[in-house]
Design a protein around this ligand. Structure first.
Ligand SMILES: O=C(O)CCC(=O)C(=O)O
Ligand SMILES: [Fe+2]
Length: 370
């Protein structure tokens, strides 16, 4: 691989189960693994030396290149999230793509909360940072619109967005691919039967970036509804920047230190994930749980709202990169995720990743499967 530019330090939160004999560990032994890296992944450091039966936090040091660009790329893009959300409504409407169920371009109030109400708490801008036109095959575009339609960029209303989004998305992808290689080594060491995560991600045209803008909570909403409810991501790995909080046009510290990202450990403990602006966090998604035959587990997570008087007018901006298999990647043994999605089980236990995602989108958008 060419020199990969990575952040000067990085934190990864990833949930792993398994033991040396390739058997599933009992639930009390499942651990959260956190990796911290000062330099790059290009070293002998890996999961291999980790004792998962005792480790909760694992620090891995890397030997190469510090990466000066990441903090700048993060800041550039997250500031644009604020500006995008502040565009006039008709400009944002022009960026909507209903035919992909709002999986490209601007999406606000389209997704359903668990209560069935539209999610008005956040606005998202979705695009594939790696490829603008994944395919020209009409059948595929019809069948997998959320992956196969084209990116929509605000070329006239916010022209800087495209480059800033692609630059950060590609960087987080490159770092995530190195992490995937470490996952593969770990799988091999366990003598576990699973395809290569790095290869799956390398051949995919389905990666999706999501620029998120959480609107300020108005006093009447100032209750227990989270900015983003508990869920697992359905892709392979999700790279996350740390959030930028803003009041008006200015960046501010978050006035409520209980606000932000929380995950559940394998023992169901709820843990606040704190990581600095120079760090990237990676979470495991459902596709990795499925394709690793349960060695890795999808990480449940949610985002708690900033509360209290000082939180009034505070917005949250962040970026997620969903690294996902290609639409035709077979997903076997879906029974293993029946605990997450009972409705997918009529599928005979296997389907391509594209169908898996389209069905989940139907669920989140309150539509029925075809
Ligand atoms: O806002 C965050 O930190 C997490 C967002 C998230 O979980 C998602 O977009 O799936
Ligand atoms: Fe998520």
């Amino acid at each position: 691989m060419a020199a990969v530019v990575v952040p000067s330090s990085m934190q990864i939160s990833i949930t792993v189960v398994g033991n040396k004999n390739g058997k599933r560990m009992s639930s009390h032994n499942r651990q959260i693994l956190k990796l911290k890296s000062r330099k790059t992944f290009k070293t002998r450091a890996s999961f291999e030396d980790v004792n998962f039966s005792t480790a909760k936090v694992v620090t891995i040091r890397y030997s190469d290149l510090a990466v000066p660009n990441y903090p700048k790329l993060r800041k550039n893009l997250l500031q644009l999230s604020h500006r995008l959300a502040a565009l006039p409504d008709d400009a944002k409407k022009n960026l909507e793509d209903p035919d992909s169920r709002y999986s490209f371009g601007w999406s606000h109030g389209k997704e359903k909360l668990e209560s069935g109400q539209p999610d008005k708490f956040k606005g998202s801008f979705y695009a594939n940072p790696i490829v603008d036109v994944p395919t020209n095959v009409e059948d595929l575009i019809q069948r997998y619109p959320s992956y196969c339609r084209e990116n929509v960029w605000p070329k006239s209303t916010l022209p800087e967005l495209e480059l800033a989004f692609k630059d950060l998305g590609k960087l987080i992808f490159n770092v995530g691919s190195l992490l995937a290689a470490h996952c593969d080594k770990y799988v091999a060491k366990q003598n576990w039967d699973a395809p290569s995560l790095k290869d799956i991600l390398g051949r995919s045209l389905c990666h999706k970036g999501r620029l998120l803008h959480y609107f300020p909570i108005v006093q009447s909403d100032n209750n227990s509804t989270p900015w983003c409810g508990w869920h697992t991501d359905h892709g392979s790995l999700t790279g996350l920047t740390s959030a930028m909080y803003m009041k008006g046009d200015s960046e501010v510290n978050c006035p409520d230190n209980t606000a932000g990202l929380y995950i559940k450990t394998r023992t169901n403990a709820v843990v606040k994930v704190s990581y600095g602006e120079n760090n990237i966090a990676y979470q495991v998604g459902e596709a990795t749980e499925i394709l690793s035959n349960g060695l890795f587990h999808a990480t449940p997570h949610c985002v708690k709202t900033a509360k209290g008087e000082k939180a009034s007018g505070i917005e949250r901006n962040t970026f997620a990169l969903f690294m996902q298999p290609n639409w035709d990647e077979p997903m076997y043994n879906l029974v293993s995720v029946a605990y997450l999605h009972k409705e997918l089980m009529k599928s005979n236990g296997s389907m391509p990743f594209g169908d898996y995602s389209e069905q989940l989108l139907n669920k989140y958008y309150g539509l029925h499967s075809p």
